[in-house]
Design a protein around this ligand. Structure first.
Ligand code: ADP
Ligand code: GLC
Length: 492
């Protein structure tokens, strides 16, 4: 296998800046490619929220001039060589010197996100040139960096450093497309001749992801089922025609997970550890979790965990509509962790007060607690309306915490349905996006816990044996990179 030079451009990367699974994926993929011997650079915005001292960020380059339309923006570059590939940070005080990555503390999107991320996408390419890094592959993620494949084709096709690069765009979520007013198009510097309905124009405005899909040499998403769903009008948020146009150049690759971070035998956040052979630690963590979340200290009651961003996609309104009936009718406990939409926060936050000992909740982002819940619960619930991949259910499998998932996108690809006749499978799937279906599937899981303990053991053993490590998934990406290089198209 030849050694590739790969530039990973993203708006999140663990451990530096994380909102959701995108960060885990970019961090894990970067480390796995680096470990496999490829020459990887990761390029991120220098958000104020990144802890410069913790990651030992060093000034690297200043100034870096970036043309945006008729304006030249000036920025600086910092660098970290923290445990993995070198990571570069584009520092622009006006754009990134704010508390949030995408929105203010009240969850309102920053109004100038189009400029922030348009600028970042162009600056990342300029950075490669200025440091003499000539990538074979430019790998962009989501709408925030979707313009970089376009800049590559429009402005850098004959460039000494960038002219040889093929581009891959990975879609982590089609619900976020980067749609903005056409007034911003001039600033982006993409040429008005490209403001057409097959590239950037949509309903008179700009659609950044749509343009990226047009220009990238290969488009991927994060599971085969989500790739299929998004080829259909109903699952594609209006993008089915653009994805269909890419034909076989649109593929689904299931996310890997980083078993150094999510591993019951080594997890640095856990007070106890366990392996498939020695499971006593799991019971100890369950007890500690019950205490921490003020649940009744009972080892024999099934505990269901939820860790989620509170956004429409995750189907938590379905849980909100069924959880009270569930805890009234079944002997079961819930440990909930999440933040986001205020309506859900206001509902789930005070719920333990009404069901003391049976429901525990924490509203906020809490990395350690997320590990405790994934490890200590018996089941892990994800009732998503759609889920491009989903990582928590994959983490849960490794901890023998059985996923209860709606069979959509990556949830369908990574969980095998329990077969009550044989005890095979790794979790519980349901199809209908209704409160009733959530009630029923939870009832199925809970009755399995009480009535078929031998099946519970079998399911847990099968779950823990699943392997979604980045080592193998990174190889799948390398094949995709080779394909993008072979496919490289000339588009102006
Ligand atoms: P998404 O990216 O759509 O949120 P994923 O399942 O791919 O969904 O990834 C979610 C990631 O974010 C997981 O690593 C999960 O543990 C983490 N996460 C989500 N909400 C919280 C929270 N409130 N506290 C800590 N971690 C969270
Ligand atoms: C998005 C999706 C999630 C996926 C993650 C990482 O946030 O919502 O399903 O796991 O990206 O690819």
């Amino acid at each position: 296998m030849s050694r590739l030079k790969i530039a990973l451009l993203a708006s999140e990367c663990y451990p530096f800046a994380k909102v959701g699974g995108l960060a885990d994926v970019v961090g894990g993929l970067g480390r796995a490619l680096h470990a496999a011997g490829h020459e990887v650079v990761v390029i991120l915005p220098r958000y104020a929220a990144i802890d410069g001292a913790r990651f030992q960020l060093e000034p690297f380059l200043s100034p870096l001039g970036v043309w945006m339309g008729n304006t030249q923006e000036w920025c600086a570059v910092q660098r970290a060589t923290h445990n993995g590939p070198p990571t570069y940070f584009i520092e622009h005080e006006h754009y990134f010197g704010r508390p949030g990555l995408y929105h203010d503390p009240e969850f309102y999107d920053y109004q100038d996100n189009v400029r922030r991320f348009g600028f970042f996408s162009r600056a990342a390419l300029q950075l490669c040139r200025d440091i003499g890094f000539a990538p074979d592959i430019l790998h962009a993620h989501d709408w925030q960096t979707a313009l970089s494949p376009a800049y590559l084709k429009i402005w850098h096709w004959d460039d000494e450093y960038l002219g040889g690069a093929a581009s891959v765009l990975t879609i982590h979520n089609l619900a976020h497309q980067g749609r903005y007013s056409a007034d911003e198009y001039g600033y982006l510097g993409l040429q008005w001749v490209n403001f057409t309905s097959d590239k950037f124009e949509e309903f008179g405005g700009i659609n950044m992801l749509k343009g990226g899909i047009y220009y990238a040499d290969l488009v991927t998403t994060v599971s085969p089922t989500y790739a299929n769903e998004t080829r259909t009008p109903i699952g594609a948020d209006g993008f089915a025609p653009y994805l269909a146009r890419r034909g076989a150049d649109y593929i689904g690759i299931v996310n890997g997970v980083d078993y150094d971070q999510w591993n019951p035998a080594l997890d640095r956040y856990l007070p106890h550890h366990f392996t498939p052979q020695r499971m006593a630690g799991k019971a100890q963590i369950k007890a500690a979790l019950q205490e921490r979340m003020q649940l009744e200290p009972d080892p024999n009651v099934p505990l269901i965990g939820v860790v989620s961003r509170f956004v429409d996609q995750k189907g938590l309104d379905l849980l909100a509509g069924s959880i009270e009936a569930i805890v009234s009718d079944m002997r079961v406990q819930f440990a909930l962790l999440g933040a986001g939409e205020k309506g859900l926060e206001w509902y789930f936050g005070p719920l333990p007060g009404r069901y003391p000992g049976r429901i525990g909740s924490y509203i906020g982002y809490h990395e350690e607690l997320a590990h405790w819940i994934v490890a200590g619960a018996d089941f892990f619930l994800m009732p998503s309306y759609f889920e491009p991949c989903g990582l928590n259910q994959i983490y849960a499998l490794k901890y023998g915490t059985l996923p209860i998932v709606r069979a959509t996108g990556g949830l369908d690809d990574t969980v095998q349905q329990y077969d009550e006749t044989t005890g095979s499978g790794t979790g519980f799937k349901f199809w209908q996006a209704t409160q009733r279906a959530v009630y029923d599937v939870v009832g199925w899981a809970v009755s399995t816990y009480y009535d078929r303990p031998q099946h519970m053991h079998k399911l847990m053993a099968s779950a823990m044996a699943q392997d979604f490590s980045w080592t193998s998934q990174a190889e799948v990406y390398v094949e995709a990179y080779q394909r993008a290089l072979a496919n490289k198209r000339s588009l102006g």
